[in-house]
Design a protein around this ligand. Structure first.
Ligand code: ADP
Length: 622
């Protein structure tokens, strides 16, 4: 298992040998998901075997006719089927004819069942893995998310997963079918005549060698082509986005030439890959022809000598044609699978990362909080060697409203992140109602804390749902009550679709103050005992600031409240003010007490009021 944020960058395995251990790891890791599709997989595997069996039997009716009707040999073993007289030529012919149709029907039906079944199982497995991955990703600690590149995570959850599914369906399943068929046919050939079988197989190594070599070259050219197309797109987008400069400097001709050159090269690459693929086809056909000729040559000798029948030869030649042809794809399929193992490994790497913050064993569901919060010598740092919070201790009584003030970077947001248990302290304890946060189940802890941030995030869903995200399952009455408390009900009912109005790109756009009031409604519907406000009125105009502040005062009534603010006017009515600097609470008390103390807070306050003298009357949030 990986500890936090150590996502390895994986190299693509170059061949199947490199890929095999990964493949094994992938199958083992996804055992539970695979096992859930057990029935489907069993049925489709059965289908696969029936399909291969029918394929193996395909040339046998013809052999029957040759050996018993057209060129009967005296020592041929007589055939027996109950109730049918096979010595009768027309009965035999009829049996052979119906077998051909029957076998084709059986083969195609079984192939259908196995292909559909396996594809479905693969899709279901991959879908489940994706759901697990998404759930896992959401639970990983913030410290992981801050370090991981968002793009990389998205790739893992989208393209890596897609590749896994595509390759299973386009390469792994056909490879499995072809391999089982090949093994089956080789088995039957050896059973019939080992010498002819050996002759037929002489070309196999040549075959694998040449197809691997050509496929590798195809890959190289294809990769070149993809790179060139990327470059072409970049040139085009650069030129188009800077078209003014291009035209002003008369660079059109030069850029056109550049583009044309890449364009032509790309065409050459396409032609080259097609040429190579056609070449591979030619090689395969030629090798099959050589094997057929060899088998024919030796086979006829054996027939003349009486140790083989013409029917045997027929079966052999037909097997050669059907068994070897799909191996053309072999190298390509193996390459695809090897590439996909890298995707599988990238997914597993991510799944194996343990969240730093997680439920400890025996964690309890938090009972409804009273809201007493205590920090005992809490130390914390994002990096091991820099302390952001340094032995922080304080106690806040239920319903007390605390303002956290002080210079930027002092550790105020970090403090509330710890309260939400987005991170765990490296030393000390944080207690709510006498229990350490780590004794509670995470979800039951966070459910009882509401937050309103400076720039509250609204989702691209309806206003109603945006509020309901605060307490999933809230009734319409609760949502409306919360919206009223947040001063939001009136403007929401004025929106085109009221509470059902969609927000976000395609929906209504709201002013900052309106967004903030929806966020407050979302916090209110949670009815939490503890509320965290992180600069909730920053960036609002005066009118909105009034509406939001009023809403916040209602929201925080009777709640233990932590307000982070750089605007000291918003904190004047707080029950308790912590002046935090460099991770320590340097001053604590009420506004009047701190002013009387006449130190940092007082100086800070005087500075702000001096600057803001021309502004409107101070608005207290608390
Ligand atoms: P405040 O809220 O008082 O402005 P913060 O708690 O946001 O202070 O930040 C305290 C210190 O922690 C700052 O030096 C900041 O650079 C650092 N910090 C904040 N978040 C992270 C993070 N995710 N990773 C690393 N350092 C961080």
């Amino acid at each position: 298992m990986n500890r936090e944020s150590t996502l390895v960058k994986r190299k693509r395995p170059k061949n199947l040998q490199d890929a095999l251990p990964s493949l094994q790891r992938i199958v083992e890791r996804f055992q539970p998901q695979i096992r859930k599709q057990g029935v489907l997989l069993t049925v489709s595997s059965l289908g696969l075997f029936v399909e291969v069996f029918a394929r193996l039997l395909e040339p046998w009716p013809l052999k029957l006719i040759f050996d018993h009707l057209l060129m009967p040999t005296p020592d041929a073993v007589p055939l027996r089927i109950p109730f049918l007289d096979l010595t009768n030529a027309s009965t035999l012919l009829m049996v052979a004819a119906f077998s051909i149709i029957g076998l084709a029907g059986l083969q195609t039906t079984a192939a259908y069942i196995s292909l559909v079944g396996m594809s479905l199982a693969a899709s279901r497995i991959v879908t489940e893995i994706r759901a697990d991955l998404y759930a896992h990703l959401q639970r990983l600690s913030l410290s992981f998310h801050y370090k991981a590149r968002g793009g990389d995570l998205l790739t893992r959850i989208t393209s890596d997963i897609d590749r896994l599914r595509d390759v299973t369906v386009t390469a792994a399943i056909p490879l499995l079918v072809n391999t089982v068929t090949l093994v089956g046919m080789i088995g039957v050939m050896f059973w019939m005549d080992w010498e002819l079988a050996l002759i037929a197989l002489t070309v196999l190594p040549l075959f694998i060698l040449s197809s691997t070599k050509i496929t590798k070259r195809i890959h190289t050219v294809a990769r070149e082509q993809r790179k060139r197309e990327g470059a072409m797109a970049a040139t085009a987008s650069e030129a188009i986005s800077a078209i003014k400069v291009v035209q002003a400097l008369s660079l059109e001709d030069m850029l056109e030439d550049l583009f044309a050159r890449d364009n032509e090269k790309s065409l050459e690459d396409v032609a080259k890959t097609q040429q190579l693929s056609a070449g591979l086809q030619r090689t395969v056909e030629l090798l099959v022809a050589i094997a057929t000729a060899l088998v024919l040559w030796r086979g006829v000798h054996l027939i003349l000598r009486g140790s083989a029948t013409p029917g045997d030869l027929l079966v052999f030649i037909s097997y050669l044609k059907t068994a070897f042809r799909p191996t053309r794809q072999l190298a390509k399929q193996i390459a695809m699978i090897s590439k996909a193992t890298a995707s599988g490994e990238r997914i597993i790497d991510l799944l194996d990362i343990l969240p730093d913050v997680r439920d400890k064993r025996g964690a309890i569901v938090a009972p409804p909080f009273n809201g007493r919060v205590r920090f005992q010598n809490v130390c914390f740092g994002y990096e091991p060697d820099t302390l952001i919070l340094d032995r922080l201790s304080f106690e806040v009584q239920p319903g007390q409203r605390v303002a956290l003030v002080g210079p930027s970077g002092g550790g105020k947001s970090t403090l509330v992140s710890l309260l939400l248990r987005l991170y765990d302290p490296i030393a000390g304890h944080i207690l709510i109602d006498h229990y350490d946060l780590r004794d509670y189940k995470l979800s039951s802890l966070r459910r009882q804390i509401s937050i309103v941030l400076q720039d509250s995030i609204l989702f691209g869903v309806s206003v109603r749902d945006n509020i309901a995200y605060g307490a999933l399952g809230a009734t319409d009455e609760q949502i409306i009550a919360a919206a009223r408390l947040a001063n939001a009900h009136d403007f929401i009912t004025g929106l085109p679709d009221g509470y059902e109005t969609l927000l976000g790109e395609r929906g209504a756009t709201l002013s900052g103050g309106q967004r903030q009031r929806i966020a407050i409604a979302r916090a209110a519907v949670r009815q939490a005992a503890i509320v965290i406000l992180d600069e909730p009125t920053v960036g609002l105009d005066n009118e909105n600031e009034h509406a939001v502040s009023e809403a916040l005062r209602r929201l925080t009534q009777h709640c233990t409240t932590f307000l982070i603010t750089h605007d000291l006017r918003a904190a004047t009515d707080a029950d308790l003010i912590f002046y935090i600097e460099k991770g320590r609470i340097l001053e604590r008390g009420t506004h009047t007490e701190l002013l009387r103390l006449g130190q940092r807070y007082a100086a800070f306050y005087q500075l702000q009021t001096a600057i803001g003298r021309h502004h409107d009357a101070p608005i207290s949030v608390l």
